[in-house]
Unconditional design. Structure first.
Length: 290
């Protein structure tokens, strides 16, 4: 069968919608995470959302992760043949804010939109956090219950369900990128009904392979904080792919890059075309070969 879709789901709606995010040809995706304003406010790269979204869409973003306000205001980015997929962030958290910006060491979150809202906005999929490691076990249980309900609603409406499992509570300590923790949270998310996972990269292909093997859902790694060097960002993508990940949700490492569209293009070529890190750096220019 020449057009076999590696992302087939028994639910026809999910198969159609997830096929707008993950390429049916290679089962991979280069997604731009652009929901940062919801959690941390204005940062470099998100001051002019429309201009940035348009330039990255033209650069080949397979999909964007955005909050409801962005989806509503810039709906034209997602309209028309060949437009990028729309992933709607359904929850908010105060975890990521720096203490100087009234953040909290452990943080809490809540749903800000429903799967029905996502359907009205034309979303192909929704995404929610699932944090483990809270000091208060009730807080973890409440979040799991909330995520499970979202997964059930996605099943009923044929919307893709993407869960973002992460070890971030105070019990985690200073190593949230421990592969054992990531694998634990990822397997739990699969069992709750995720169609796709967005989760932390453990730092090496060898350790992340355990995460992939522990999960029965495809994984796109989270880009995380802005890396120190361009090479570091590109090697993270390549290492994740070597371990079996299907691509990446990339945010600050693209929209805070000196040339965001070009950075996305080379990351996309690593994901879809298999070019090497050195080839990617050559495309970016010698000054970025660090």
């Amino acid at each position: 069968m020449t057009n076999y879709n590696p992302m087939y789901y028994p639910n026809a709606g999910k198969t159609i919608r997830m096929g707008r995010i993950i390429s049916p040809k290679d089962g991979r995706a280069a997604v731009v995470a652009y929901d940062h304003g919801l959690h941390v406010g204005t940062i470099p790269g998100n001051i002019n959302p429309g201009q940035m979204l348009e330039s990255l869409a033209e650069a080949g973003a397979d999909a964007f992760l955005v909050a409801p306000g962005i989806a509503r205001t810039y709906a034209s980015i997602f309209a028309g043949r060949g437009a990028p997929g729309l992933i709607l962030r359904l929850d908010w958290t105060d975890l990521w804010r720096d203490p100087s910006k009234l953040g909290y060491p452990e943080g809490r979150g809540c749903l800000i939109a429903s799967v029905e809202d996502a359907a009205r906005l034309g979303a192909d999929a929704v995404l929610v956090y699932m944090f483990i490691g809270y000091e208060n076990p009730e807080a973890e249980a409440q979040q799991v219950e909330s995520v499970a309900r979202v997964a059930q609603d996605c099943e009923a409406l044929g919307i893709g369900c993407i869960i973002e499992p992460m070890a971030r509570g105070l019990r985690v300590g200073d190593n949230p990128f421990n592969a054992e923790y990531i694998a634990l949270a990822s397997r739990m998310a699969c069992e709750l009904g995720a169609d796709l996972l967005k989760t932390d990269y453990s730092g090496s292909a060898g350790s992340f392979r355990y995460v992939v093997e522990s999960s029965f859902c495809p994984i796109l790694i989270a880009g995380g904080p802005k890396t120190t060097t361009t090479r570091e960002a590109l090697e993270m993508v390549q290492g994740a792919l070597e371990a079996g990940a299907r691509g990446m949700f990339v945010g600050r490492n693209v929209f805070q890059a000196p040339q965001p569209p070009l950075m996305l293009k080379v990351m996309r070529r690593i994901i879809h075309d298999g070019i090497s890190v050195d080839e990617a750096l050559d495309t970016l220019g010698e000054k970025n070969r660090v």
